[in-house]
Design a protein around this ligand. Structure first.
Ligand code: ZN
Length: 543
């Protein structure tokens, strides 16, 4: 019996009893191609592409295997090769594909088989194309791959791996299937297993759950690392809300922390705009007084009589216009903190009264006879040199020693330049959340400027610049003129012209001479040239 002797009409019959179709002795079922399309689509939808591919391949494999066994039961083929070749007619009969062998090498004894089959009008490719106008990057004739693998494996008595190396859904003219026995090839065996091994869903879910759990643990570990790092960055750059990077500011804050929860008098010294009140508030917030008020008064900002009544309060009729009793701020501060800013500007007569408050812990309102206890802690600040004021008779020495038990000195911004950029960025972020930031040249200007108004001036400068720049990166032109003009940059004055090297030399020598007020010895020392050379130079370029 040869494969070409098979007659379809002879092998597909009707069961005389039940009327069902039979393939040899086996009952078969007719199924429309459309219903298989639905089957594939549903598998894809419910289980995903990979699972659908495996299930269809397994279905094909089972089909191929049983078909091969059935035909093998029906006929005694001349050779195993003829048996295998019968697959051609059977595939057509089954309505799966019209196959055409281009290569077929078979050695049954050595369990060796290889073939290439061209599949005309694969039902799977046709099904796919009916649904999808677009090409698919991958071959999709899975049932057919399985069928060929199952059929060949049954005939050979060993595993045969089949691959679809090209498919019509990829835009090829025809589907191509390559098969070979895998008795020796380990890698092929793994591929074959992958094609046909279906992992039970519950096992897969358990495995995925475990993977998810371990990813979660990983994630939470990373989360806590990020939190730690953030904390580190935060504490190094803001140190409890006060932005700085300089050692000198760190020292001030360390000292402030130490003194915070004591009742020791603190005197904060520093130029205007360095943030003295910020430090006072910092101390207040870290003291046990933090739940009580923080009240402040600026001694330079109000007339003497008003300052007195604000500090100590008054009784009704104490002076013209005193229509009601008024509680002084020292009392109103309760058990909190009272901040006495610009204490160097305080008139002498009020200085006496403040000294008494510090000594006796009590206050008598203007026009009053009864004293009231003062519980607030007093923190004073000044931008003046109080010792000089003492010498000139404008500040009481005894008050100075009372106030400055624990002195804190905030350096001006120009002496802690490493704070400038992070402060600038902080102010910019406070003004505009999503701002691209500063151009490098702008940073150079900011870091070189002397900042006589300190942090407050820097804050104003950044507000000005952010208005000027809008949503653009801040360029030097956006900075206030004062910041640019002061720049000591050698070339900043050259932006308009481009002088020659000789010209630069002449200008530079003149500039140095100006700096040293015409002292030629000093100038030649700075320039690193001999006095005679400088003299020759000046003779050559007079004026
Ligand atoms: Zn195909």
């Amino acid at each position: 019996m040869r494969a070409s002797d098979i007659k379809i009409e002879e092998i597909v019959k009707r069961d005389p009893k039940s009327g069902f179709p039979l393939f040899g002795a086996h009952r078969v079922m007719l199924s429309g191609i459309n219903s298989l399309r639905r089957f594939g689509d549903d598998l894809n939808l419910a289980l995903g592409y990979e699972k659908m591919r495996v299930i269809l391949t397994r279905l094909g494999y089972e089909n191929g295997l049983t078909t091969a066994m059935a035909i093998g039961e029906m006929y005694e083929f001349d050779t195993p090769l003829e048996w295998f070749k019968s697959v051609q007619q059977l595939l057509i009969m089954a309505g799966i594909v019209n196959p055409e062998f281009t290569t077929l090498n078979f050695d049954h004894d050595k369990k060796w088989l290889e073939f290439i089959i061209l599949g005309h009008e694969s039902f799977e490719a046709a099904n796919y194309s009916a649904n999808n106008p677009d090409r698919n990057p991958n071959p999709i004739c899975n049932l057919l791959v399985g069928f060929l693998s199952g059929f060949a494996s049954a005939v050979l008595g060993g595993d045969v791996l089949v691959r679809e190396t090209g498919c019509m859904v990829q835009g090829k003219d025809i589907c191509t299937f390559e098969g070979k026995s895998i008795a020796v090839d380990e890698a092929d065996f793994i591929t074959w297993q992958k094609q046909l091994t279906l992992e039970p869903l519950d096992e897969e879910i358990t495995r995925l759950k475990a993977e998810l759990e371990s990813s979660r643990e990983d994630l939470s570990r990373r989360d806590s690392e990020i939190r730690k790092l953030r904390k580190k960055v935060h504490s190094s750059e803001t140190n409890h809300g006060i932005i700085h990077r300089s050692k000198s500011m760190s020292n001030v804050l360390d000292l402030a922390l130490k003194v915070a929860d004591t009742d020791v008098s603190v005197l904060i010294q520093g130029e205007s705009g360095t943030g003295k009140e910020l430090i006072a508030r910092f101390i207040h917030k870290r003291s046990s007084r933090k739940e009580d008020p923080f009240l402040a008064i600026n001694c330079a900002a109000m007339p003497d009589t008003l300052l007195e009544s604000e500090l100590f309060g008054h009784v009704k009729g104490a002076f013209t216009g005193a229509e009601n009793d008024k509680k002084g701020l020292l009392i109103a501060a309760g058990k909190g903190t009272f901040f006495l800013d610009e204490v160097g500007e305080m008139p002498m007569d009020i200085q006496v009264k403040i000294l008494r408050v510090l000594q006796e812990k009590e206050v008598r309102p203007l026009g009053g006879t009864k004293t009231q206890p003062v519980h607030a802690r007093i923190i004073a600040a000044t931008n003046r040199d109080l010792k000089t004021l003492i010498k000139s008779g404008n500040f009481r020495e005894d008050l100075y020693y009372r106030l400055s038990v624990f002195p804190l000195t905030i350096e001006p911004l120009r002496r802690r330049r490493e704070d400038i950029l992070i402060l600038a960025r902080h102010f910019l972020a406070a003004n505009r959340m999503e701002h691209p930031g500063f151009e490098p040249r702008t940073v150079r200007f900011l870091e070189k400027y002397s900042w006589p108004g300190n942090v407050r001036e820097l804050q104003n400068c950044i507000e000005y610049a952010s208005v000027m720049a809008g949503s653009k990166t801040i360029e030097p032109d956006h900075l206030p003129p004062a910041v640019i003009q002061e720049s000591p940059s050698l070339f900043s004055s050259l932006s308009g012209d481009v002088p020659s090297l000789v010209e630069i030399e002449v200008r530079y020598i003149k500039w140095v001479l100006e700096q040293v007020k015409g002292n030629k010895n000093e100038a030649s020392r700075i320039l690193g040239i001999g006095a005679a050379t400088l003299w020759r130079h000046l003779k050559k370029h007079p004026g």
